[in-house]
Each structure stands twice: as structure tokens, then as C-alpha cells.
Design a protein around this ligand. Structure first.
Ligand SMILES: Nc1ncnc2c1ncn2[C@@H]1O[C@H](COP(=O)(O)OP(=O)(O)O)[C@@H](O)[C@H]1O
Ligand SMILES: [Mg+2]
Length: 226
């Protein structure tokens, strides 16, 4: 479904991704784990069109996304929930969901069933909610675009353990409903437990990949602290 092929990308004067390749197939949860600064967020930006790769290709459904605007990428079914969530803080939960549904007219019933906490808070300002509730809202808003692939940048950051479990349980339901997920996390333990497959990124390249990375000695030492 999504294929990053030998991507080079970065910022003025700084090359961050050095020939990075990965893929996500239909209906799978793929985790991308790695240390702070390894290039995880940059990878998602390159995939969603926020950042133009200087070399390599991004293919979605086999079509090259070069030059395709972010909103058009979303319409094709690829949505990115960035680090920090990018909610409309002064707007209510219901208004944030409506923004997500702008092009699709999607009804909120499905996401409110998935996140009952949001159903109780439709009239609350987004910026007055807890970190976990805001993360749920960001995911719910992304689902209103009716994606086939949802990319999440560190959804567990700053959340209490129970909230992390609630968010990750929702991700499993989303995958089971047929939406593929690319999950970027520093919290490798839970990400690897949830994912069907995973990649390790180090200094802008993929150094390991597979279905059982939590059992890999190198991954255990470097990312799982055991
Ligand atoms: N907007 C930016 N401008 C310049 N450098 C950036 C920007 N965003 C990230 N970087 C740099 O790119 C590298 C990779 O960052 P990032 O992709 O955010 O890593 P990660 O998400 O794995 O922590 C880091 O050295 C970071 O300082
Ligand atoms: Mg990041």
C-alpha cells in the first residue's frame, strides 16, 4: 500500500534520511522505532508530502506521490497525525471532528463508539482536555477523513500508562476495521507488542526489520532495556 523507496530527505543543510526504504501492506500495523533524532518524524513527513524527498520515491497504491499536495494525499486515503497532534485548540471536540470530515462528510458515530470519552465531551474545548483525550481526538479527527492508512507520530508521548493502553487498544480495533497503521514510537516495548511487523531506524537508515524484533538481542539491549 505504502512504499518508501530509497528516500533521501532533510532540512536546509542537514540530510536526515539516507536511502530509507520501508513498506506498509493493507490491514497491517507496522511500527517504526528508534532513538530521539533518528529520523522517525522526518520519515512520516516525507511519506505524507509535508517534506519533499530529494531522492527516492514514495508510492501509495503504486502511484508516485511526488508533487501531490498534502490535502490531495489525504483524499487518496493516507493521513498523518503529527507529533503534538495539531488540534484546533480553541475549537470544541465536535468542531475538530467536523474539520476532519470536511471532504468526506463522514458521520462521527463510528469514532465516538471507538472513543466513548469523546462522546461525553463533544462541547468541550480541545485545549482543555487531558493529553490522552487530545490524542484520542487527534486520531478520531484523522479517521473522519476515511483513511486506508493512518500514520501516527508518537501517540503515547506524555500519556499516563492507562491512557497509553487505551490508545493502543483503539489502534488494534482500527486495524481490525481494515485501516493499516504506521506507528512511530520511542516507546518500543508497547509498539513492538502491538505491531504485526516493525522496523528499527538509526541515523536515517533502516537497520533491522521483521516480525519478532522484541525477541532480537540487539533491539532488547538498545530499545527495551532488558
Ligand atoms: N524542522 C526541522 N528543521 C531542521 N532540522 C530538523 C527539523 N526537524 C527535525 N530536524 C532534525 O532532523 C533530525 C531528525 O529529526 P526527527 O525526524 O524529528 O527525529 P525523531 O522523530 O526520530 O526524533 C534531528 O537531527 C533533528 O534535529
Ligand atoms: Mg519525532
Amino acid at each position: 500500500m505504502l512504499q518508501l523507496d530509497a528516500i533521501e530527505a532533510g532540512y536546509a543543510g542537514l540530510r536526515v534520511l539516507h536511502g530509507l526504504s520501508l513498506e506498509v501492506g493493507m490491514g497491517e500495523i507496522v511500527a517504526l522505532v528508534g532513538a530521539n533524532g533518528a529520523g522517525k518524524s522526518t520519515t512520516l513527513r516525507a511519506a505524507s508530502g509535508l517534506l519533499a524527498p530529494t531522492a527516492g520515491r514514495v508510492l501509495f497504491d503504486g502511484r508516485d506521490l511526488r508533487g501531490v499536495q498534502v490535502h490531495a494525499v489525504v483524499r487518496r486515503g493516507l493521513v498523518h497525525v503529527p507529533e503534538g497532534r495539531a488540534l484546533f485548540g480553541p475549537l470544541t471536540v465536535a468542531e475538530n471532528l467536523a474539520m476532519g470530515a470536511y471532504h468526506t462528510g463522514e458521520r462521527a458515530d463510528g469514532v465516538l463508539e471507538l472513543f466513548p470519552r469523546l462522546a461525553e465531551r463533544l462541547g468541550q474545548r480541545a485545549d482543555t482536555m487531558s493529553g490522552g483525550e487530545q490524542q484520542m481526538l487527534a486520531i478520531a479527527r484523522a479517521l473522519m477523513t476515511r483513511p486506508r492508512l493512518l500514520m501516527l507520530d508518537e501517540p503515547s508521548v506524555g500519556l499516563a500508562p492507562l491512557m497509553v493502553s487505551a490508545v493502543f487498544a483503539a489502534l488494534a480495533s482500527i486495524r481490525d476495521s481494515g485501516v493499516a497503521i504506521l506507528l512511530v514510537e520511542q516507546n518500543a516495548t508497547q509498539a513492538l507488542a502491538l505491531a504485526d511487523r516493525a522496523y528499527v531506524i538509526e541515523s536515517g537508515v533502516i537497520t533491522l526489520s521483521g516480525t519478532d524484533l522484541a525477541d532480537d538481542d540487539r533491539v532488547r539491549r538498545a530499545y527495551l532495556g532488558r
